[in-house]
Design a protein around this ligand. Structure first.
Ligand SMILES: [Zn+2]
Length: 110
């Protein structure tokens, strides 16, 4: 069935399809604008997207009218910052220079 894209827990049949940019803000139905979430994370729990708007904006679960779903990253499963595409896939951002240097140093170590 899949996992709640906000909390990462296993989804049951009760799934909410959330629009990151709301339809009232002309958000579309393409996958980059949609998150499959449990109802607790959507609008029932204390920290739900629609009840804690500041946190949702900070985490890319809600987008401002000037943001575009393909460009705005989202925090997925509480762990990964990704870009969402319109084929329903996640893309990790490219590593920073510091991360590349750390990786190279790690390989040189015995
Ligand atoms: Zn959830």
């Amino acid at each position: 069935m899949g996992y709640c894209e906000v909390g990462g827990e296993l989804l049951t049949d009760a799934v909410a399809i959330h629009h990151r940019k709301l339809r009232s803000q002309l958000g579309h139905d393409e996958p980059s604008n949609l998150l499959a979430v449990c109802h607790d994370h959507h609008n029932l729990g204390d920290d739900a997207i629609h009840l804690n708007v500041a946190k949702a904006l900070e985490n890319g679960w809600l987008l401002a009218s000037w943001q575009t779903p393909l460009e705005a990253q989202a925090l997925i499963h509480g762990r990964w910052w990704v870009h969402l595409d319109d084929a329903g896939r996640y893309h990790l951002p490219p590593p920073t220079l510091a991360e590349i240097i750390d990786q190279m140093r790690g390989k040189e170590m015995p």
